[in-house]
Design a protein around this ligand. Structure first.
Ligand SMILES: Nc1ncnc2c1ncn2[C@@H]1O[C@H](COP(=O)(O)OP(=O)(O)O)[C@@H](O)[C@H]1O
Ligand SMILES: [Mg+2]
Length: 327
């Protein structure tokens, strides 16, 4: 093996049916790693990716999940596990000692940090306590505190992929929506430019942040995005990462309002669905994550990126800087 070539790892990726896990698998393969591609749904598209070892696992909330993952790691000589969907993160965090005992690496924040990031009400409370701008958020029993005339969003506290997100204009409608949306929260609606930050926090707490403007959002995923630099947004994202004690890969979402305020809406404890653009813009996101995962230094110089790169969300690398031609 040449001296500058990274060792080939056997990495188990969960949730390969959705964009983050699917894209992660492709990136790891491009880096030369062997991927054990898993999903709870036998129809998950990522299970059909060539050159992987595809496995159907129980769902994260199934009591058999930890045993199934541990056995898979043992039998397939897995070196590390990376979660492609957030549901898998809490059981994996709980398995940390068990996996470490069989020499399987995980790179995740502590269990309390994970709990706060997955619960949007808790996340709001932590950000507010740290003085970080985030939309005003109310529990269903607090709807009376909402000022009349406020535009509102009702969404699940632990939702994902924009499922169950509803916009409304009145407290009465918000009350009804709270009956329909499971474990709902009510949030003031923000208008402005939505962004995603692809983040990698190394073991010293240093973060690299790749900012993407969400030009077109479809079903909660940014279908088209453009990289940009903005020191204020970057600083707000870094404060957020520190406030929740983020570690390893994550993505932060927020808005830049017409008044120029940066407000943070959520942090996902996993790679973003649209991260391929960060890599196309020059950031070695997955390569540096693998370094950190195996206790090697993260090279932040390799996480810089070109602004104004536009791409559809795709797990293929964007071939060039040339934007798609109009017909
Ligand atoms: N307070 C808000 N103001 C405006 N839009 C919002 C707000 N909260 C959520 N949205 C919209 O709904 C989408 C999904 O909400 P989000 O909080 O990111 O939850 P998740 O992605 O976990 O389902 C966001 O990307 C955004 O477009
Ligand atoms: Mg989101």
């Amino acid at each position: 093996m040449p001296i500058d070539q990274a060792p080939i790892r056997r990495i188990l990726v969960t949730g390969v049916g959705a964009n983050p896990g699917f894209g992660l698998t492709r990136s790891l393969q491009r880096l030369g790693h062997k991927v054990i591609a898993t999903d709870a749904n036998p129809l998950a598209p990522g299970l059909l990716l060539p050159d992987t070892l595809p496995w159907v696992t129980p769902r994260a909330d199934d009591p058999d999940y930890p045993t199934a993952i541990a056995e898979l790691c043992h039998e397939l000589a897995v070196d590390a596990v990376v979660a492609g969907i957030e549901n898998d993160v809490p059981p994996l965090v709980a398995m940390l000692p068990e996996l470490a005992a069989i020499d399987v690496r995980l790179w995740l924040p502590d269990a309390e940090s994970v709990r706060v990031c997955i619960d949007k009400t808790e996340f709001h409370d932590v950000l507010t306590a740290h003085g970080i701008e985030t939309p005003r958020t109310y529990r269903p029993q607090e709807i009376d505190q909402v000022a009349e005339g406020t535009e509102l969003v009702v969404k699940p506290r632990r939702g994902q992929g924009a499922q169950g997100v509803h916009f409304c204009q009145t407290r009465e409608h918000a009350r009804v929506l709270c009956e329909l949306v499971p474990d709902a929260l009510v949030q003031e609606r923000v208008h402005g430019q939505e962004f995603t930050a692809d983040c990698l926090v190394d073991r010293t707490g240093r973060a690299s942040v790749i900012l993407r403007r969400r030009d077109l959002v479809k079903a909660g995923l940014s279908a088209v995005s453009t990289t940009f630099h903005d020191p204020t947004v970057r600083a707000r994202v870094e404060q957020t990462l520190t406030a929740v004690r983020a570690a390893g890969l994550s993505c932060v979402q927020g808005f830049i309002t017409a008044q120029g305020t940066v407000t943070i809406t959520e942090l996902n404890v996993r790679i973003a669905g649209g991260f391929a653009l960060a890599e196309a813009a020059g950031a070695d996101l997955v390569g540096q994550m693998v370094n950190g995962l195996f206790g090697q230094p993260v090279d932040h110089d390799r996480l810089t990126y070109h602004p104004a790169k536009t791409s559809p969300t795709t797990s293929r690398p964007w071939p060039s800087a040339t934007p798609p031609r109009s017909p």
